[in-house]
Design a protein around this ligand. Structure first.
Ligand SMILES: [Zn+2]
Length: 181
């Protein structure tokens, strides 16, 4: 299950890697992901630095619908636009990849991107982007997730984990104690 145009960072096939759970205050929203996905996101950021980069998150919700399980994150499609201050994800070959995952019960959950040498705090543009995704009938993702990698190889990378509130007005942070190596 691998598109030729870009790298799929990791899937749940890697069961040996530890999991990290991110929780919102009060525990309404949870996100679980394989640590190898986070490590590989860091590697991709290291590779693209000082440019920003990113991709999409693929996975499913638990039966109780209280936890998003991210099983894969993609690298950036070839038609993405990268600069040191912004990243516009392209779409090339993504639908084909999503169709393959759909057949196994996994689907689009949201986005991830790199704030090159920056913090993991979402920008106003990030909020607008998530609101657009939530409203888009084609995306079929009313509560999108957003992972932001901050920092750089010199100072270390860190990961911010967010979900759009059900009102769509703000991004809610989900915290864990994990700091990415
Ligand atoms: Zn951002």
């Amino acid at each position: 299950m691998r598109a030729k145009a870009f790298q799929v960072l990791a899937t749940c096939a890697n069961k040996t890697s530890a999991l990290t759970i991110y929780r919102s205050k009060g525990g309404c929203f949870k996100l679980k992901t394989n640590n190898s996905i986070c490590r590989r996101m860091n590697n991709l950021c290291r590779l693209r630095h000082p440019l920003e980069t990113g991709g999409i998150l693929i996975g499913h919700y638990t039966q109780k619908l209280d936890c998003a399980v991210v099983v894969a994150a993609t690298g950036s499609p070839l038609d993405s636009k990268r600069s040191t201050r912004s990243f516009q994800r392209g779409i090339r070959h993504l639908q084909r990849l999503l169709d393959l995952y759909w057949a196994t019960g996994e689907y689009y959950l949201g986005e991830w991107h790199y704030h090159s040498s920056g913090t993991t705090t979402p920008s106003h543009e990030d909020l607008i982007e998530m609101q657009k995704i939530a409203r888009s009938p084609e995306m079929n993702c009313p509560i999108p997730l957003l992972l932001i990698v901050g920092g750089d190889s010199l100072n270390g990378f860190s990961l911010g984990s967010f979900v759009l509130s059900t009102s769509g007005r703000r991004l809610i942070e989900m915290k864990s104690k994990a700091t990415l190596a």
